[in-house]
Design a protein around this ligand. Structure first.
Ligand code: ARG
Length: 460
């Protein structure tokens, strides 16, 4: 048991208590951020005249050595320390002697851990944002490629109206752009430095909080020391943004799983991203898409857990907050992994445009356009809706599509129909005439793709 406290205690900590209390097993994940924070703190202490230049240099060299040795594997972070903060301080004192005992001047583990968690979360946010960027670029490429790839659009999972693959992927593009924006918003709000807040009430040392904030890349210091040590809002915000990202990936996965099935065959997932069955030799399963969909649950779990942990905590620091780490770290890793795998899978998918197009051609996806045709020929929309409903019923009985129905039959149901009905309800017309911004028509899609191109330049 290696602890930073113990002076006022007369008994050894019970071993079970020690194990229950210790966080080294998981807070070792931010060893680098912990040491970066300590180095900034030491530089500031020297600039404020609290440490001598010599002490500063000795401590900095000591911490750099520890960091190097941990990274090259020659120094192992073991469970004999209570947490990462104790490990670094004890190792430092071990290596450089008394100067190391001054590291914690004007600091508490409360502002230290608040800083470490924020630095780590900021790094993870940045890493997740760059995975998201790659995915956005993949969607952008696919959109450019598939402006003319027709497919059915669905509501209630029933064929509704024809659109294009570019348009369908464009829907996810919008979701991912919003996700990207959410991460940026969170970054802007969270990027203030809690270091120097002490245990809860600041310190009596003349700490230069602006300086440490600047050294660590923050916009400035946080403004209330109690809030600083007990704020985990940014973790909750980040977990909710990550939950939304997972929800989007999960919806996309669900469609890929459906479209990859024998019933749809709109696409085929690459062999490198599929798995086989131990018993059925013919099988090629979309396990990656299913796993991404499945892992959404654990990210939601992290969000729910964090909200619940923070609920009802009195100010300022409480040990409950140590529970902010394990599930949050797991969520960060999960989202990073899922984004990378999903992007790899999407990039290597083979689409089957002929099958998609054929699917768009049946199922009466042009029924709305037939009704619109009547409206353009003077029939009120509600009547047109009823007329086309009867046409569809007729076609269903004869097992034909609207395109195959003879003109006499059309005219028997409504004399408003003329020879040009066939052109009006052709797949090409149905898609190409829909050119209001946001619609699947190629002119509209070109405009949106140009807007996205600019968005990518301006934002990423
Ligand atoms: N391991 C603790 C945590 O993660 C560090 C802060 C400890 N502070 C304290 N007052 N016990 O929250």
């Amino acid at each position: 048991m290696a602890q930073l406290w113990g002076g006022r205690f007369t008994k050894e900590t019970d071993q079970l208590v020690y194990n229950f209390n210790a966080s080294i097993n998981f807070d070792k994940k931010f060893y680098r951020q912990d040491m970066e924070g300590s180095m900034a703190h030491v530089k500031m202490l020297a600039a404020a005249g609290i440490l001598t230049e010599e002490e500063k240099d000795t401590i900095l060299a000591g911490i750099e050595g520890i960091l190097r040795d941990v990274e090259n594997g020659s120094l192992v972070i073991t469970e004999e320390y209570e947490d990462i903060h104790s490990f670094v301080e004890a190792t430092l004192i071990d290596r450089i002697g008394d100067a190391g005992k001054k590291l914690h001047t004007g600091r508490s583990r409360n502002d230290q851990v608040a800083l470490d968690m924020k630095l780590y979360s900021r790094d993870e946010l940045t890493a997740i944002r760059s995975e998201l960027k790659s995915l956005i670029l993949t969607c952008h490429d696919l959109m450019k490629k598939h402006i003319h790839t027709a497919m059915p659009g669905f509501t209630h999972l029933q064929k509704a109206q024809p659109l294009t693959l570019a348009h369908h992927i464009g829907a996810y593009m919008e979701m991912f752009k919003r996700d990207y924006g959410r991460l940026n918003d969170i970054y802007e709000r969270m990027n203030y430095c809690p270091l120097g807040s002490g245990a809860l009430a600041g310190t009596t040392y003349p700490l230069d909080r602006e300086m440490t904030a600047e050294l660590l890349g923050f916009y400035g210091p946080t403004l209330n020391s109690m809030d600083s040590v007990s704020d985990r809002d940014y973790v909750i915000e980040l977990l909710s943004a990550l939950s939304i990202i997972m929800m989007h990936l999960s919806r996309f996965c669900e469609e890929i799983i459906l479209w990859n099935s024998n019933e749809y065959r709109f696409l085929e997932i690459d062999d490198a991203y599929s798995t086989g069955s131990s018993i059925m030799p013919q099988k090629k399963n979309p396990d990656i898409a299913e796993l991404v969909r499945g892992k959404t649950g654990r990210v939601y779990g992290a969000l729910t857990s964090m909200l619940t942990t923070m609920k009802g905590l009195p100010l300022a620091y409480n040990k409950d907050m140590q529970e902010d780490k394990e599930l949050t770290f797991d969520a960060y890793d999960t989202v990073k992994g899922c984004l990378a795998l999903f992007n790899g899978m999407l990039k290597t998918i083979t689409f089957h445009p002929e099958i998609m197009e054929n699917s768009a051609k049946n199922g009466f996806t042009n029924a709305t356009d037939a009704a619109d045709y009547l409206v353009n020929h003077g029939v009120p929309f509600r009547d047109a809706h009823g007329i086309v409903g009867r046409l569809v019923l007729y076609c269903l009985e004869k097992n034909i599509s609207l395109d195959e129905m003879p003109l006499e039959e059309y005219r028997a149901i409504s004399p408003a129909f003329q020879e040009d009905i066939y052109e009006a309800i052709s797949l090409k017309t149905c898609i190409e005439k829909r050119n209001t911004i946001g619609a699947p028509g190629p002119e509209a899609m070109e405009k949106v793709i140009a807007i996205n191109e600019k968005w990518i330049k301006d934002n990423m």
